[in-house]
Design a protein around this ligand. Structure first.
Ligand code: PLP
Length: 389
């Protein structure tokens, strides 16, 4: 038992920990046993009874309600998508933007967020990249870049490349004050940092589910605030309709859209992954996102102590309030260290500014100490080892 939850019990669900020192949950989380079992149950139902599909669709609605609860949203404010990119593209194309309008993005943010908006340049929309100034990613960063044609701010809640944590509430308040839409890519934060959509002030939030939400790639969620009825989907399918034709004949006089986020859903959803998400949410709820965050922050403090002692610089923010609990980029030549760490069965990600270590809810203090020990064994490769000695 740690200060926050029984990590050992959770860890037993992640057999990857018996084989690898897995420090790459910001890339993808390994499957928990209960999530794998939910997938297997779905596949068994598929092969033995092929559903029936209405039973599966009832479960989709139950999972939608669980996702809504996790985010403090209404179930009707949640759509299922394929991934973050789809969510960001739905958002970018739903905003009522015209030529000459501009949107603020963050310099160096994830390309899957940026391209959705850069694509609007075809329609004459300007994209402005705002540099991250200082460690604290707050509203003040954006205010000087807003002018009379600014219509939206879009950013990642947590940056994948250095673990900045944006202060959504302050940016959401700025957007409300200036009449801007606020679009958030929550891929790196869902399931890791508590996210209350109402408190965030966001208009739309998109996320994939293969990191903090613990399921395989191919499922995303999109939150769209209930009152934003002016936002129109760029695509349409029967699933987007308020009253889909029972006889399956499309009629031009029956095209009223669902009033909620469901108007953005296109056709069949990823049923296996939604079953997996049901199990993943049970696992996450058994601990609570706040406890996961607190535990990962403790691991982060421990990692920072180790790297300070080794003379390795942390690329992103150090303070708990400014950093994501799970992403730490170490200023080390990425390729050399990635090869060495892989040879020691350590899974991390090489990033643009170094080696990214990222924690999941199953990591423990022993993992951090072992990682530090493995680094120490190649002290000769540490850039500032001599300065520290
Ligand atoms: C901030 C962020 N956005 C988006 C993605 C991925 O986008 P998608 O879910 O479309 O694959 C990642 C990482 O894979 C990410 O870190």
């Amino acid at each position: 038992m740690t200060r926050h939850y029984d990590v050992a019990a959770i860890r037993r669900q992640f057999s990857v920990t018996e084989r690898l020192l897995y420090l790459d949950s910001a890339h993808q989380t390994p499957l928990a046993t209960s999530v794998r079992d939910a997938l297997m149950r779905f596949y068994r139902e598929g092969s033995e009874t092929a559903g029936p599909k209405p039973v599966w669709l009832d479960r989709v609605e139950q999972v939608r309600a669980r996702v809504a609860k996790l985010l403090n949203a209404q179930p009707s404010e949640i759509a299922f998508t394929k991934n973050t990119s789809e969510g960001m593209n739905i958002a970018a194309n739903a905003l009522p933007l015209t030529a000459g309008d501009n949107v603020l993005l963050v310099e160096g943010d994830h390309p899957n967020n940026a391209y959705a908006f850069l694509n609007l340049r075809r329609r004459g929309v300007e994209v402005r990249f705002v540099p991250i100034s200082g460690a604290t990613a707050r509203a003040e960063m954006f205010a000087p870049h807003i002018d009379g044609r600014t219509r939206a701010i879009s950013l990642s809640h947590v940056t994948f490349h250095a673990g900045h944590r944006f202060d959504l509430a302050s940016i959401g308040a700025l957007c409300a004050e200036r009449g801007l839409y606020f679009v958030v890519d929550a891929m790196q934060s869902t399931g890791v940092v508590p996210l209350d959509v109402k408190a965030s002030g966001a208009s739309l939030i998109g996320s994939g589910c293969h990191k903090g939400l613990l399921v395989p790639q191919g499922l995303g969620i999109l939150y769209c605030r209930q009152d934003l009825v002016e936002l129109q989907p760029a695509y349409m399918a029967m699933s987007s309709l308020a009253d889909p034709p029972g006889d399956y004949i499309a009629r031009a006089d029956n095209m009223a859209l669902k009033p909620g986020a469901g108007r953005f859903e296109i056709g069949n959803v990823n049923l296996p992954d939604i079953h997996a998400l049901d199990a993943a949410l049970s696992l996450i709820e058994s601990v609570g996102v706040a406890a996961i965050e607190a535990h990962l922050q403790d691991l982060g403090d421990r990692l920072i102590e180790h790297i300070d002692a080794l003379g390795i610089r942390l690329v992103g923010p150090r303070a708990r309030a400014d950093r994501s609990p799970h992403i730490y980029v170490l200023d080390l030549p990425a390729q050399d260290w990635a090869d060495y760490l892989a040879s020691r069965q350590v899974r991390v990600s090489p990033e643009r500014d170094g080696i990214r270590v990222s924690f999941g809810l199953f990591n423990n203090a022993g993992d951090v100490d072992r990682f530090a020990q493995i680094l120490t064994e190649r002290r000769d490769m540490l850039p500032r080892a001599r300065d520290v000695a």
